[in-house]
Design a protein around this ligand. Structure first.
Ligand SMILES: *Cc1c(COP(=O)(O)O)cnc(C)c1O
Length: 396
């Protein structure tokens, strides 16, 4: 296999070329190596491969050429030394958090988290003796106050799902550093295009590649990025031995999707901004949260830490759950689905789906009101989307 010499290009160029491992056939498009293992010329070579003296591939639970291309391309995108792909976003979150803690350790996390992320922090880690404190992520004093001598990890999502609440990543990274904890950032909502947590001081970034990275609603996937040392010391062996590996087929889909990610995410962000501005003037809308607008509660932080806004818009309609349901049911083009970052515009009622398992009190604390709707902008023409939304609002 040949690898192009590493040169620093613009992001769009890296996303088309970086990490390619071209085989002896000289294929133009990245090859799909749909193989669970590899054969060896001799027993000696096989021994050397297992000992780590020969750097080739062994078994797809450890690594695979197509998965490696995705990892190399994502590392170039994120500006990270190392990347590991996993089967789902939740496998990435769980592996990253569990790799950084031991029984007796403590985790501090922002309370506005994706439902499954909050489950891992609040219910899964405690089963192994890891305690946690959930804080209002926008309150820096709350992060400081939650630290104990056992605190090893800080975890946050920004913008958060589904409230689009934004946390000052550099400030939280500073607090983490001061107490010797590692900061893990779930960067799904921002996408690697609009926010670079490692440059802001985070130690580890995780993605659900299921969202914008696939971007066409086909495959599940997850990614973990950080320094060589962080990955090697904490995650390399647990990932190999516990087996949350990404399938080579899914890696191939994601790899090809990275080529078009800037085109898609830029267009989806423009469309989301147009929808948000249109919604802002409507009497049916009680509250609107969009990171690209000056009326976002953390607009000053967004200006400092994000280079673009969001492909998502959150808004609360009057009439609570009944109002939100009437709106969802009246849409004809925009579909009801819990995915996001998809080429198809999608809408979801978080209170009865992604955040359904929480009590109404916890939901309210997380900012998930009964009338809250989350809209994910797709690649359709914005005028068609706004017409669909206008007709559905009239049905409330
Ligand atoms: C979807 C999502 C996840 C989980 O990803 P899966 O690929 O569904 O496992 C984690 N965090 C955030 C913010 C998400 O939106």
């Amino acid at each position: 296999m040949t690898t192009p010499s590493p040169k620093q290009h613009h992001l769009e160029t890296e996303l088309v070329h970086a990490g390619t491992l071209r085989s002896a056939f000289g294929e133009t498009s990245e090859a799909l190596f749909l193989t669970q293992g590899h054969v060896y010329d001799s027993a000696e070579q096989c021994e050397a491969r297992f000992k780590g003296d020969d750097p080739g591939f062994i078994y797809a639970r450890f690594s695979n050429p197509t998965v490696a291309m995705l990892e190399r391309r994502m590392a170039a995108f994120e500006g990270a030394e190392a990347c590991r792909a996993t089967a789902t976003g939740m496998a990435a979150v769980t592996a990253a958090l569990m790799g950084l803690v031991r029984a007796g350790d403590h985790v501090v996390a922002a309370r506005a988290l994706f439902g499954s992320c909050r489950y891992v922090v609040e219910e899964h880690l405690p089963r192994f003796g890891v305690t946690s404190t959930l804080v209002d992520g926008t309150d820096l004093d709350a992060w400081r106050a939650a630290v104990t001598p056992e605190t090893k990890v800080f975890f946050l999502e920004s913008p958060a799902n589904p409230t689009l609440e934004v946390i000052d990543i550099a400030a939280v990274a500073g607090i983490a550093k001061a107490c010797g904890a590692k900061l893990v950032v779930d960067n799904v909502f921002a996408t690697p295009l609009w926010q670079r947590p490692l440059a802001l001081g985070a130690d580890c970034v995780v993605y659900s590649a299921t969202k914008h990275i696939d971007g066409q609603g086909r495959c599940l996937g997850g990614l973990i990025l950080g320094s060589n040392q962080l990955i090697q010391d904490n995650l390399h062996t647990p990932l190999r031995q516990t087996g949350p590996a990404m399938s080579p087929f899914n890696a191939w889909v994601m790899l090809k999707s990275l080529e078009t990610l800037p085109l898609r995410v830029r267009r989806q962000t423009e469309t989301a901004g147009m929808v948000a501005d249109w919604l802002a003037g409507r009497s049916e809308v009680a509250r609107l949260i969009y990171p690209g607008r000056a009326d976002h509660p953390q607009a000053d932080i967004i200006a400092r830490q994000m280079s673009g806004a969001s492909t998502l818009v959150a808004f609360e309609v009057h009439g609570g759950k009944a109002g939100a349901f009437r709106f969802l049911n009246a849409l004809t083009l925009i579909r009801i689905s819990n995915n996001l970052g998809d080429a198809k515009s999608l809408v979801v009622h978080p209170g009865t789906t992604t955040h359904q398992r929480f009590t109404p009190e916890v939901r309210a604390q997380m900012g998930v009101g009964e009338g809250l709707v989350r809209f994910s902008a797709g690649l359709e023409h914005p005028d068609d989307l706004i017409a669909d939304i206008a007709a559905a609002l009239a049905a409330i």
